[in-house]
Write a protein that binds this ligand. Structure first.
Ligand code: HMN
Length: 288
């Protein structure tokens, strides 16, 4: 399960329905052109928190059907409605997803016992492994080393997607739990995380920059830090421009430049205006 995983985008039509043909094209582009090791399905980048349970299942179906066994597949099933999270975990496991992942429960201020219960409830319902999805900036859930350790006590918790700029904590987790998988979550910090010996990374910009990201990761693993730093610089020029123009709609527009029908984002995310579309095309020309 090590390696680089694209946090998969989903193609939606103007009304917000899943555009299956476009989704298949995104899957193929990531596997065949970006050559990533796996796909992280229905994460933040998949606009997971904006869609219905039925759409989540539909996306799990289409992605598995298109990807087959070509790459590893991780299904993000976390939801505030725990019954839904359990149902999705079972659904993805039955489809053959290699692992599930669940975002820490958010919005309400759950205490740690509640968070632990959430993970154990999901895991008790399936015969599959789980990767914790930690993204404090969006969830407000900041877990410390001991709390990660408590979650790791469940053998089915095989790792964490660590989307935070706290490299002190990242190093402590790496040191304390050498057998757990750690995936870096911020693409712009991939080199810094790789130096700390993470096992892989999961990122939105890999949809269009996967090959370069993989090179950064492999160079760092080989100790070729100078070369890796050059590539991280080029990558960060790209990421800065994407963030400046609007993260998900810009990645979709860049995919369209590559001939992939990435469709629209779900409301309330807004579409790019004409200037934004032009800018996205320029980003593709200048930075890819
Ligand atoms: C997911 O769940 O879709 C991703 O794994 C999330 C991933 O960590 C991305 N974070 C967000 O989009 C909030 C990053 O790839 C991020 O988009 C990138 O580093 C640019 O900041």
């Amino acid at each position: 399960m090590k390696g680089l995983y694209t946090a998969l985008m989903c193609s939606f039509d103007e009304k917000g329905n899943v555009n299956e043909k476009g989704l298949r094209e995104i899957v193929r582009y990531n596997i065949d052109v970006q050559q990533v090791d796996g796909l992280y399905v229905n994460g933040s980048t998949g606009e997971n928190f904006l869609i219905s349970k039925e759409q989540k299942k539909q996306i799990f179906d289409v992605v598995k059907n298109e990807a087959g066994d070509d790459v590893k597949l991780i299904a993000q099933v976390g939801a505030l409605n725990l019954d839904e999270a359990v149902e999705l975990a079972q659904y993805a496991t039955n489809l053959g997803y290699n692992a599930i992942s669940a975002v820490t429960p958010f919005y309400y201020k759950f205490d740690f016992d509640e968070i632990k219960d959430y993970y154990n409830t999901i895991l008790d319902s399936v015969d599959n492994d789980l990767i914790i999805y930690s993204i404090p900036a969006l969830t407000g859930v900041n877990m410390n080393l001991e709390q990660f350790g408590e979650l790791f006590e469940n053998e089915k918790v095989i790792g964490v997607k660590f989307t935070a700029p706290d490299f002190f904590l990242l190093e402590r987790i790496r040191h304390a739990y050498p057998d757990k998988l750690i995936y870096s979550g911020f693409d712009e910090m991939l080199l810094s995380a790789s130096v700390l010996n993470v096992d892989g990374a999961i990122g939105s910009t890999f949809n269009v920059n996967g090959r370069r990201a993989k090179q950064i990761f492999e160079l760092a693993q080989n100790g070729q830090i100078g070369e890796a730093r050059e590539l991280q610089k080029v990558t960060n020029d790209l990421i800065a421009a994407i963030l400046d123009n609007g993260l998900y709609p810009t990645i979709k527009e860049i995919l369209k430049v590559q001939g992939v029908d990435a469709g629209y984002c779900r409301k309330p995310m807004k579409a790019l205006d004409a200037a934004g579309v032009k800018q996205a095309k320029q980003i593709a020309e200048r930075h890819l």
